[in-house]
Structure formats: C-alpha cells, structure tokens
Design a binder for this molecule. Sequence first.
Ligand code: BGC
Length: 760
Amino acid sequence: MKRITSIVLVVLLGLTACQKNEQQSTNTIDQRIDSLMRLMTLEEKIGQLNLPSAGAFTTGAVESSDIAKKIEQGSVGGLFNIKTVANIREMQKIAVEKSRLKIPLIFGMDVIHGYESVFPIPLGLSCSWDMKLIERSARIAAQEASADGINWTFSPMVDISRDPRWGRVSEGSGEDPYLGSQIARAMVKGFQGDNLSANNTIMSCVKHYALYGASEAGRDYNTVDMSRHRMYNEYLPPYKAAVDAGVGSIMASFNEIDGIPATANKWLLTDVLRKEWGFKGFVVSDYTGVSEMINHGFGDLQHVSAKAVEAGLDMDMVSEGLLTTLGKSVQEGKLTEKQIDEACRRILRAKFVLGLFDDPYKYCDSNRAKNEVFNASNRAEARSTAAQSFVLLKNSGNILPIKKSGTIALVGPLADAKENMTGTWSVAARFSESISVREGLLKAVGANAKILYAKGSNLDEDQVLEANATLFGKSLHRDKRSAAELRDEALRISKSADVIVVAAGEAAEMSGEAASRTNIEIPETQKDLIKALLKTGKPVVLVLFTGRPLALKWEEENVPSILNVWFGGSEAGDAIADVLFGDVNPSGKLTTTFPQSVGQVPIYYAHKNTGRPLNGKWFQKFQSNYLDVSNEPVYPFGYGLSYTTFTYGELQLSKTEMAANDSILVSVDVTNSGSRDGAEVVQLYIRDLIGSVTRPVKELKGFQKVMLKAGEKRTITFTITKEQLSFYNSDLKWVSEPGKFHVFVGTNSRDVKQGEFELK
Ligand code: BGC
C-alpha cells in the first residue's frame, strides 16, 4: 500500500516538475493542496502543525531534540531560530529529499526591527510617524532575512500598551489604536510586498493576538481581563488592520482572555478572527503557548492541545503538544480528522503562497546573502531612520545642537556600549559592528574637536539586576571600581570640557520580553552621576537610552537638554552624532505618555472624562486626582521638540454642520518660525461630546508629517468623514451618532487649537 502511494506521489510530483507552467495556470492552490492531502496520513498532517525551535536563541524551555530525524519522519512543519543559507538549505534538504511526501519546511525568525542592518526598536520607529519610512524598514528587513534563507517573520507586534512597567512596550507602537493600526498596515506591506511568492518578500505574523499589552500590573505573561467594549475600540484595531492588510499569519498570545487562554480561545481565534474579520491565514501559538495552558489550569497536554485546535489554532510553537497528542484525541473521538485537515490545509497554503512547493530552495541563494545583507545602502537607511526616531524632550537655552569643535566630555554606561545599541530582539545583529556613541562622535568630529571619555557609572549598583538586564551577549562590561571612583574620573575629564554629553538610561535588555520593572526611573547610580555633572555648571546633554517611557520628573526639572534615542539599531552611534551636531534636525514625537510617577500608570491621553474630572488647579477634594502628584504626565502623547519652532494659527472649518454622508475640512496654518528647516507632525484629534457609550476626551484621527523650510508657512488640511467619528457601541456595532464634536489640531495631544462642529 505504502509503495503504491509513493508511486502515485512520484507521478504527481513528476508531473508538477515537468509541466509546471501548465499546472500552475490550471491548478489552483486549493486543488494542489487537495491532491497532496489525499496522500497524507493523519500523522503527516499532524506533523505539519509542529514548529520546533532549531537555534540557540530561546525564550523558554527547548522541547524538541533530534530535529533532523523528526523532519525525515514528516513530523515537522517548519523551523525557527535558524539562520544562514547553508543551515537552512541543510534542513530543507532533509525535508524535500528524505521525508516521504517531500513537503518543504517554512523557516521563521523574529525579524523585529531589521535583520543584520538593525533599525530602531519598534517603539522608537513608531515615533517617526512616517509610514513610508516604517514600511521601508520592514522591506529592508525582509530583503535581508530572505537573502539569508528566512521566509517568515514573527512581526509586527501590534499590542497596544499603556503600562510602561511592561518591558514589551519596546516592541510595539505605543498606546494609540489609530496610529498603531497605520503602523501595523505599513509593517505588513513592508514584509510581504505585493507578491509573497517573490524571493525577497517574507510572510508576516502579527502578534500577540490578543491584548497581551494589557497584562495586569505590567508583569509579563500575566492575566488580562477587559470589557469587549474596550477591546473593540482600543485594543483590537491594530490586529484587524494587519488582517485587512493581508497578513499571512497571526500569533496567539500567552495571556488569558475572559478566563480562557488566547491559545485555546474559540471566540478570539474563530468567531472574531475568521468569521468577523475574514482572516484566511494560519494561527501559530507563542513559544510553548500550548503546554503553558497546563499551568494556566486548563487541563493536561492532551486536553489543552485538542482545545487549541478546536478553537482555531493551527501550529504549535515548541510545545509538541499537538504532535504528541492529537492522534490519540482523534482515536478517542475528542477531535475529528476534519478539524486537523483544516489546520494542515492552512499551513500548506502558506507554503504554496510562498512558492516553496515550486522551489524549496528559493530563499537559499548564497550570492544574495553576500550582497544584500548588512550592505552599505541598508546601513545608511538604518542610520537615517534612527535619526527620525529620536525625540528631543528638552532643550533649554538651545544647548543642542553642539558644535564640532572644542572639547566634549562623553560619559555614561551607554556611551561606549556597542552591544547595547541594537536594543532588544535583535537576534541577527552583528554586535561587534554596531556603532557606539563614542565611535559615532569621534567619526563626526574628526580632527576638529576633542572627545574625552569616561564611563562614569555602571548601569546599576545592583550587580544581579545589571546581569539580568544585559543578557544575550549585551554586556555593559561592568567596571569593578566603586561608584565614587567612576564618578570622580568623569568629573576629572569634564573639567576641560565645553559641554558634557551623558549617555545614560536603560540597557538593551532592561526592556523587551520578561523585563518588567516596578521602578521606571533611571537607576540611582546614574542619576547620582548626572547630579554630580550638573554641579560643574557646564552645559549637560542627556542622551537617553530606553525601551519604555521612563518617569523623568527630576530630569525634566534639572537637566537642560534631553534627547531620547531609544535603541537606534546597528547605526545608532552615527545617527546620534547626526542629531547632536545638528546635521539632522530631530522630529520624533512620542507615541506613548511619559508619566511623572509609576503610580499614575496606566496613563494615556485618550482617557475618559469620569463624573468628577479635575477642572482647574490640582489638588481638589472629591475630584478625580491624587494627593501627592498631579494628573499630568511629564511628556504627553505626541510630544517632541525640534531645533526650530512651529507656530500654529487658528482652526478653520469648512462648515460647522455635517451630514452623515458628507465631510468637513479642517485647516490650520503651520509656520516654521525658527531659523532651521525642520519636520513637524501635525496631529488631528476629535472628541465626541455625548454618546450612547462614553467617549474618550481626545482621540487621534489623523496626522501629517510635513517638512517646512525656515520661515515657511503651509496650510495643512484634514478631511473628517463619518468613519473618523465612528466607534463600537455597546452592541459592538460600528456606528456614528449625531451630536456635537470637538476637533483639535496641534503639535502634541496637549497643546492644540480647538474647533467645534455637529454631525447631523
Ligand atoms: C515571544 C514571541 C516570539 C517567540 C519566538 C516568544 O517568547 O513572546 O514574541 O516571536 O518567542 O521567538
């Protein structure tokens, strides 16, 4: 029987090989999948649902051993955490030469913000508010990854988060569903291009579906509980935007929702995702997401695996729960083979769409890897993108930009820290070739200025914390000297300096996965260093490294200049020099609120008004506020300065009443009132004053990034339609309701010009 099947297969594949063109035009992918699936045993179908990790980089327990043997047996659908054409070719060869049905593997990786040419961490990238730039960064990442054998990326992460304690805020696009949705679309387009079967595009996997960014207390992997109303209006839109943009796959999140882990949540994976949104791709679990349901208290491995497939999960990352138990569940009548067919079909379809059945080695051209990875043009793009992600938080007395002359004292634990420039989730980065701040500054000034360097402090006095925040080869090379000795050295070199640049803040792995913090300030020892430097009376510039919003109340009150550079990527040092010396004028705007204190968290601009809003001065008894700190953030959403200034005129509305099928034009004159050319992100917000459900005090509904020459004035116009005024009501219907609206335009969510209109 087995022999006959093999003969049929040889004939089938033989035909495919010699009559490829003809077959492609006559056979739809579904017909080809049908033919293939008729040959597959139940075990082979289940094998397609298995995704073991192949590499050294893991975020949990490694469950699988002897991967080559499993591939040969047809028990592996894809691999991840493996790179280079040679390694990938070797694994693919086993699949297409040694396994019975010769089904190619899909190769995934966390290509999160670039591949070897590393772009800024996603939170930084989002601060560019430039969708073309963001799309291009994903395009380059896809180009490089695909040249190195990879055809599937676990990106973008679109989890909305309003809690800076959660380390993974660094991997997302901030707090806003509107902006987050635009970025989700841009990333999917960048990775997938127009044609997923091209050899330089890769399949995107949007994650973590869903609500992962709302984990309680900002502690990673923690419980999420949220009303449907909030989900639909505030947390689900970016996942939906990715689906609408044609994302090929989606990753289920670690957390539970409504008491059911997302990995086995039928409402989430089938009712919303497939039935409501029409998603046609496949769903993969997160790393051991299936077996973790045992710890959630959801059942044993067999039970949770069956529940996951029943709910709509197709692929099991690492747990091998599906591989080892689904056969038994079918035998025992707990699942039908048809349910497994569905999952298998979706995975096979992805492989067909990627063109792997036509050429399993299509991403394995070693010449491409040589020319297309980490080349000069990609690195140049990473450098200019990094500069667009930086946010100038403060610049009293216009200390910045600094001159390329005189003596500059460069101090701080992040000043000479190559391995930390790329930030979290940069698994393919070449750390030794990343540009540090010190290198960037030295290169920029050449012989025109003197750069003196001292470390000044360690990351933290707590050695254990420092070790945990500098994992994965991202050491900060802890200095054995005491805090006082390190500080004294910094003070000594600062004596002859005209300006002091302090590179301080977080280490790369102080944010990212499993890097939650309850204290979101700059570590004490670094603050002590900054305090000592400020006492010299010299101009001090803080170059702030961070993967999350920090509580910077003291810094805002005391440090004259603060440039937030996040983690800018492999070219960070050059990009930082570009901005510090004014070759590039900063234009980044925050996409998440910076609180005064961790006690204000969660804090976000699009909050509700409450029945007792604080109107007027803080503190007021029996109003919604705190005794010890005002409600204000240090830096609001949308905030960011420039080396020039922008002045906004009053709003002009084309009319004050709008019919439902009509639109209103909102215009404002924006003038570059300073002496340098610069870019400004003009932001449009609305407020629905009365609704059948309460509405936020402000919601972003549009933005335009414009480049204005010094002195130039431009009229910026936004069109408001019913779509921007709509929301999910208490029946979760997408509606707009007649009534008054406020419209705001401004340079950030706080400093705005206001108008009013009525929807009839
Ligand atoms: C993370 C995912 C990642 C996966 C694979 C997990 O721990 O949550 O974001 O894609 O590992 O590396």
